[in-house]
Design a protein around this ligand. Structure first.
Ligand code: PBG
Length: 340
């Protein structure tokens, strides 16, 4: 008989054998940014999460800085009147996010600012790239069929331009999440041409699955597709090895950090990727649905929120993630941090 229970006999002993820790430096805190002044607008599907205007965003970034969180990820949320087919507001001069980046870096230069690079929050159709129509013969029969799809290659320059605008504003990382093939390479080249690739790195949303766990986010960011879904560009979760291929391609294209998203249901992918690519920092995105699931169960009294959040974060780190993007970062440190 092996006496495993000696490792667990009391709190002190358990603490000394625990080899996975969660701390403020692990966290990247996401923000939804809107136009206006003094705005702190609750997101209905994500209790505890708000949309902020640039001024209140800066205040909040300073607050979480005091908790030890020094990395933030910014998403822009714009009104319908600003959206168009090409998502122009995403890559306009002096865009909402460019102004937000400047304001945050000015108020808190040590904060590492990451920006989401994707068109879905800015397009009238809510897709992550340009929507085009083409006709193709249906299988065998020769009947022409109209296909409406998100076009890969014509979207790349727009994502590159968006990344360039964010980099010019001082973003430390641009984080392309549109799942267009070649997006990391296109962005890298654009940053290189502009001489901005020393200051700005790329966090690639490499293995991003077409997931129902993004539901609450699409409400928060008003970015749900108006027709169809994202299955022609985001990954099919029924594939085992494709995620590793996506990560490998992004590393080859020059990604500095890589990502698996969502986090908890995809720990296998995280673990295998970290084993295969040990030198590239892995970021795990605990997405909106993961947050809202725990939050609503806790609000119903079905789960102990602090312990469940702690256990989830430890599990994500145990799988090998170096950083965790989580909507719980702030509340966890403020209120929930659980040490047992
Ligand atoms: C933008 C984007 C999405 C998320 C992050 N970036 C939405 C989507 O792909 O539909 C989801 C994040 C979350 O659910 O917390 N493309």
């Amino acid at each position: 008989m092996k006496r495993f229970r000696t490792y667990r006999k009391d709190q002190e002993t358990r603490d000394s054998y625990a080899d996975v820790r969660v701390s403020a430096e692990d966290f990247i805190y996401p923000y939804f940014v809107v136009e206006g002044k003094g705005v702190v607008e609750p997101v209905a599907t994500m209790p505890g999460i708000n949309r902020y205007s640039i001024d209140t965003l800066v205040d909040d970034v300073l607050q979480i800085g005091a908790l030890g969180i020094n990395k933030v990820l910014l998403f822009g949320v714009v009104g319908d009147e600003v959206k168009d087919e090409r998502g122009s507001a995403a890559y306009a001069e002096d865009s909402l996010i460019s102004r937000a980046v400047r304001a945050v870096k000015q108020a808190s230069p040590a904060t590492i600012v990451l920006t989401d690079v994707c068109l879905c929050e800015y397009t009238s159709h809510g897709h992550c790239g340009l929507v085009t129509e083409r006709t193709e013969p249906a299988v065998e029969g020769g009947v022409l069929r109209k296909i409406v799809d998100v076009d890969n290659d014509s979207t790349l320059p727009l994502l590159a331009e968006m990344a360039y605008q964010h980099a010019k504003a001082g973003a430390d990382f641009v984080a392309p999440s549109a799942m267009m093939d070649g997006q990391v390479g296109a962005i890298r080249r654009r940053l290189h041409e502009a001489g901005l690739d020393r200051g700005t790195k790329v966090l690639a949303y490499s293995a991003k699955y077409a997931s129902a766990f993004y539901g609450p986010f699409r409400d928060a960011a008003d970015s749900a597709p108006s027709f169809g879904d994202r299955k022609t560009y985001q990954m099919d979760f029924r594939t085992r090895d494709q995620g590793l291929g996506e990560i490998e391609a992004d590393i080859e294209e020059g990604a500095d950090w890589t990502m698996v998203k969502p986090a908890l249901p995809y720990l296998d992918v995280i673990a295998r990727a970290v084993e295969r690519f040990p030198d590239v920092p892995m970021v795990a995105y605990q997405v909106s649905g993961e947050y809202s699931m725990i939050k609503s169960a806790a609000q119903s009294g079905f789960l102990d929120e602090g312990r469940v959040v702690y256990e989830s974060l430890v599990a994500i780190k145990r799988a090998g993630a170096k950083y965790i993007i989580t909507y719980y970062a702030k509340e966890y440190l403020q209120r929930l941090a659980f040490a047992g």
